[in-house]
Ligand binder design. Structure first.
Ligand SMILES: NC(=O)c1ccc[n+]([C@@H]2O[C@H](COP(=O)([O-])OP(=O)(O)OC[C@H]3O[C@@H](n4cnc5c(N)ncnc54)[C@H](OP(=O)(O)O)[C@@H]3O)[C@@H](O)[C@H]2O)c1
Length: 355
């Protein structure tokens, strides 16, 4: 059991990120000192939201220049910390070279951060932002779990450099983290494994998270003909931040935590926006037919290969979220609120414009 001293600084890697922003907000509002590791501390546009939160809170934030691909570059930011949150990892479907753009930063970056953890004596606990992508590749995989649900005991065994490389990157990175934790006894590891994260962005004009890209496409007309009826888990970014917070400070937290609020699908996510935004934005109303997706899918999106469509279209997605609820006390916001709050932020910031 690890108790974390809140008077010590807490490191957050990937501090500019969508998920990290809400975690940092929670830490700052709790009066903590955050060591924010970012690639470019001079990029004021990417740090504006964090500085604003810091100036309205009792906590404080200090920036450190760090890159996942540079060995030892998190060591200075980690010095004096008992708790390390490792959230940094590229989340995009817009890549050319999956090895260089996804696998290397995820896997080598995790090893890099944890090598420094091994050297910095003050660290007691590391929380890694993994993903449900480290548990499954396709919605059909849910059927392999007890009662047709994904559980923390399952691992993704089908992703590869050629098939769903983002999922592969998250699987390799999380496995590496557990391997390195088992090789020592000073620090323990807890992983948060969120499903697809939705909800308000604190930095809507600066993020490149895939969560932003998908939500934007729901409102900008890209998907007005319809969406693929694909099973997916959804979780609110604010609930993901709560889970990270608990994973860090709850002495009893241990192992992996599936952090998913809703067993859903892309059509349900989109249509939940219809009542509030349907008259002003081209919200998709129907499911795209399978035959059409089979023909055009591979041309419009790298992920939509025929194999992917076969294994995900019209397949229910189910995960068991009881561990995070029971052990970390997490409850989940309603799907409609998550979708509406996220969409509203894009409208308020001019990312989406009414027709
Ligand atoms: N969003 C989801 O649906 C979801 C679901 C499950 C798990 N996750 C995980 O949550 C974490 C955060 O994702 P997100 O959605 O918040 O995406 P995001 O906004 O794109 O954040 C990614 C962060 O990683 C940093 N990063 C990327 N490459 C880096 C490198 N080479 N060196 C240092 N930092 C680097 C980015 O820094 P820059 O600002 O400098 O680019 C950014 O801060 C990731 O680990 C992701 O796999 C996300």
């Amino acid at each position: 059991m690890k108790t974390i001293d809140k008077s010590k600084p807490v490191l957050v890697t990937g501090a500019t990120g969508y998920v990290a922003g809400w975690l940092i907000k929670k830490l700052l509002e709790d009066g903590l000192t955050v060591h924010a590791a970012v690639r470019n501390p001079d990029n004021q546009a990417k740090l504006k939201h964090l500085n604003e939160i810091a100036s309205n809170s009792t906590g404080s934030i200090k920036y450190f220049k760090s890159d996942l691909l540079k060995e030892g570059s998190y060591k200075e930011a980690m010095t004096g910390c008992e708790l390390v949150y490792h959230t940094a990892s590229p989340f995009t479907s817009n890549f050319k070279d999956p090895q260089k753009e996804l696998i290397d930063p995820a896997l080598n970056g995790t090893a890099n951060v944890l090598n420094s953890v091994n050297e910095v004596e003050s660290v007691k606990r590391v929380v890694v932002t993994s993903s449900c992508a480290a548990i499954y590749s396709d919605a059909v995989d849910c059927a392999n779990g007890p009662n047709g649900m994904l559980t923390e005991e399952m691992w993704n065994t089908t992703a590869s450099l050629d098939y769903q490389p983002y999922s592969y990157s998250k699987t390799l990175a999380e496995k590496k983290a557990w391997e390195m934790e088992k090789a020592q006894s000073r620090w323990d590891l807890v992983t948060i494994n969120p499903s697809f994260v939705m909800g308000p962005m604190l930095n809507p004009t600066e993020t490149t998270s895939e969560s932003f890209s998908v939500l934007k496409q729901v409102g900008d007309g890209t998907m007005k003909m319809g969406v693929p009826l694909m099973g997916v888990g959804v979780v609110d970014v604010r609930d993901v931040a709560d889970a990270h917070y608990q994973a860090g400070f709850n002495p009893k937290a241990s192992g992996r935590y599936i952090t998913s609020g809703h067993n859903s699908n892309f059509l349900e996510m989109a249509t939940s926006l219809e009542p509030k935004f349907g008259d002003k934005f081209p919200i998709p109303k129907r499911a795209l037919p399978k035959w059409l997706l089979m023909i055009v899918g591979p041309f419009v999106n790298k992920t939509f290969t025929r194999e992917f469509i076969r294994k995900n279209l019209n397949v229910e997605w189910k995960a068991d979220n009881s561990k995070v609820k029971n052990e970390l006390g997490i409850s989940f916001l309603p799907l409609q609120k998550t979708m509406e709050d996220g969409f509203q932020v894009l409208v308020d910031n001019g990312v989406l414009k009414a027709k």
